[in-house]
Design a protein around this ligand. Structure first.
Ligand SMILES: N[C@@H](CCC(=O)N[C@@H](CS)C(=O)NCC(=O)O)C(=O)O
Length: 213
């Protein structure tokens, strides 16, 4: 397998965690987002949406990190990243989507660039935008985790799931942009627990071949 990705990309980080959890080896192909390599014709030919991650497996190209993770879960079912019952799976998917759909797209690189370049917003306004969507979005996740009987050391029970693969990278992003996190204690407890796990440690940005300070 080949994974086109970028060390700081949280959507890529989600897939790296899943690959590590499943002990699936892969070639790491860096796409330098800050230098705009995702927009170059050679990458755009592979990824019409010009986004990372992109997974190549046996001639197939897969995009969208959540779809990739579910694909990995199906071709390599152990350890499972989705729980056993339909209601439990719906809970885990909803937690993942609350971050992947409701927070992350608003703060993506191209959206932030559009705010400053095309709409003429200042760095301070851009950062306020970023923090607003992260802080309010994580508060909604906190409300779903705190006090829920299915919440364990991980988002759902005592095994990492799709929800943890999505939560952890969002916290790395939040920290980079100095977002408040003291209002989401359950989220942070799950995050700290995940970051004890070797798969999450191995997949983190600082351990990537293209890592920069
Ligand atoms: N929903 C997509 C999001 C992918 C995405 O937004 N990737 C970002 C990095 S985290 C990207 O490639 N950004 C490039 C850009 O904004 O130009 C997924 O989950 O894979």
């Amino acid at each position: 397998m080949k994974l086109y990705n970028y060390f700081r990309s949280s959507a890529s980080f989600r897939v790296r965690i899943a690959l590590q959890l499943k002990s699936l080896p892969y070639d790491y192909l860096p796409v330098h987002l800050a230098k705009g390599e995702q927009l170059q014709p050679n990458y755009a030919a592979l990824s019409p949406e010009r986004l990372v991650p992109l997974l190549e497996d046996q001639g197939r190209r897969l995009n969208q990190s959540l779809a990739i993770i579910e694909y990995l879960d199906e071709i390599q079912p152990e350890p499972p990243l989705l729980p056993g019952s339909p209601a439990e799976r719906a809970r885990v998917r909803a937690l993942a989507l609350d971050i992947a759909c409701e927070i992350h797209p608003l703060n993506n690189l191209r959206v932030l660039k559009y705010l400053t370049r095309e709409l003429g917003q200042t760095e301070d306004t851009k950062n306020a935008w970023y923090r607003h969507w992260v802080e309010s979005g994580l508060e909604a996740v906190e409300q779903q985790l705190a006090g829920h009987p299915a919440t364990g050391p991980y988002c759902h029970g005592d095994m990492p799931s799709l929800a943890d693969c999505v939560l952890v990278p969002q916290i790395f992003n939040a920290r980079r942009f100095d977002c408040r996190l003291d209002h989401v204690p359950t989220v942070m407890k799950v995050f700290e627990h995940c970051m004890q796990h070797p798969a999450f440690i191995a997949a983190q940005p600082s351990n990537c071949p293209d890592a920069e300070q």
